[in-house]
Write a protein that binds this ligand. Structure first.
Ligand code: FES
Length: 73
């Protein structure tokens, strides 16, 4: 329980897309709602449309898709 709470808080404060200040929680929510590719996650969250053009956040989104995409099918 406390572990889950800590994870939730961490997910809210950990930014995946630094340019757009998109937290990990929002990326995970998009995956949970059915986004299955980087493009779908980006469309759902706005990540990747910042100044770096997604160079910094795309690898992190790919990693999260790998981590959670399968378990939340
Ligand atoms: S970190 Fe996501 S667009 Fe730059």
């Amino acid at each position: 329980m406390e572990q889950n709470l800590n994870q939730e808080i961490l997910d809210k404060i950990t930014k995946v897309c630094l340019c757009k200040a998109i937290p990990k929680a929002k990326i995970k929510q998009a995956i949970r709602k059915g986004a299955r590719s980087v493009k779908e996650v980006q469309e759902a969250t706005g990540a990747g449309s910042g100044g770096c053009g997604g160079r910094r956040c795309t690898p992190k989104i790919e990693e999260l898709l790998k981590q959670y995409g399968e378990t939340w099918k």
